[in-house]
Design a protein around this ligand. Structure first.
Ligand code: UDP
Ligand code: MG
Length: 320
């Protein structure tokens, strides 16, 4: 498709306590945007939009200074608390889709390769509504490779829709797809799943994740577990099914064994009072019940969060 009007690009950067990375990242991305403007790939009023996910360090101050002293095409939102990477990115999509033709989301630590921006835009010009960058995992740690591969295998086995493995949140979205995503507001949003379930023309490209230059990963093990649980519970109700099937099988097993016990007692009349046969089923059933209740609890917690009419996120400050 021939683009007569120039593309207005928004680069969305969600960040939490990234005071060490922000300057470096904003410098690199603003430079990249200027280059693309020179090559007439994107319009002059393309911009960077930073979503500060409730940082408690100096991230917000650094962004303000950068806007004043270095780069005017910078907008930012400050969320009232730390909602997590997925909601921060969702807030960016929802708040900025009306102001751009397409967006590219990147991490604030610049582990994503911004050299790919040109390619993203070329595919967008070829009418792709979503361009997803997939990590070739060459530079990732052994722990991340193993956990990510296992997670995606399992998720794709039980999921409503197929999810691209190793796709972090490095992607281009057209205005149309951003608008559609904005309608799917949820308090435990899992963008990778939502994106795979939406029927837009998609293109996949490969890249190598870089090392983090400044600061530590903001994804603690608890945040990773939270993301995995949100991924599973928003993509599938299969665990609920497993829990009811497991419950049924155990019930059946208990029923058959009680018949055997009764038969022994009344017909053979040789039952030996046994401690093991009493205590083992108690432990076993107790464990299974708690596990299954936990699964149900996960879904109930989700329903609870949705029915409470709190907003998904609140914005306390803006840089326009
Ligand atoms: N992030 C966020 N909120 C959080 C945790 C992380 O906005 O609660 C951002 C973080 O600042 C970064 C991106 O999400 O821009 C990816 O996080 P990080 O680089 O720490 O994760 P990793 O690359 O180690 O998986
Ligand atoms: Mg990172």
């Amino acid at each position: 498709m021939l683009m007569l009007i120039m593309i207005k690009l928004a680069v969305l950067i969600p960040g939490y306590n990234e005071e060490d990375s922000v300057n470096f990242t904003l410098n690199a991305i603003s430079k990249k945007l200027n280059e693309m403007i020179k090559k007439k790939m994107i319009s002059r009023n393309s911009f960077i939009a930073f979503i500060d996910d409730g940082s408690s360090d100096k991230t917000w101050e650094v962004i303000n200074k950068f806007k004043k002293n270095k780069y005017n095409n910078l907008k930012a939102l400050k969320l009232s608390k730390n909602y997590g990477h997925q909601i921060a990115l969702f807030a960016g999509i929802k708040e900025f889709y009306s102001q751009c033709d397409c967006s590219i989301s990147v991490d604030a630590d610049l582990q994503h390769d911004i050299g790919l921006f040109d390619k993203f835009i070329e595919f967008f010009k070829d009418d792709f509504e979503m361009v997803l960058a997939i990590s070739d995992q060459k530079t990732e740690s052994f722990f991340k490779i193993i956990t990510a591969n296992l997670f995606y295998k399992m998720l794709n086995f039980i999921s409503f829709s197929k999810i691209e493995p190793n796709h972090a949140d490095f992607r281009l979205l057209s205005k149309k797809s951003m608008e559609e995503i904005s309608k799917h507001e949820s308090k435990s949003i899992f963008l990778r799943g939502l994106i795979s379930s939406l029927n837009f023309k998609k293109k996949i490209i490969k890249y190598s994740v870089k090392e983090r230059k400044f600061g530590k990963s903001k994804y603690t093990i608890f945040k990773m577990i939270r993301l995995a649980l949100d991924g599973i519970t928003s993509q599938s109700t299969y665990p609920l099914r497993i829990s009811s099937i497991t419950g049924f099988i155990i019930l059946l097993f208990c029923f058959i064994s009680s018949i055997a016990v009764f038969y022994d007692y009344f017909v053979n009349q040789n039952t030996v009072p046994g401690w093991a046969s009493t205590i083992i089923p108690i432990y076993f059933l107790g464990g299974v019940q708690i596990f299954l209740l936990g699964i149900i609890g996960e879904y109930i917690a989700k329903i609870y969060k949705e029915v409470k009419k709190n907003p998904t996120y609140s914005i306390t400050d803006k840089i326009r």
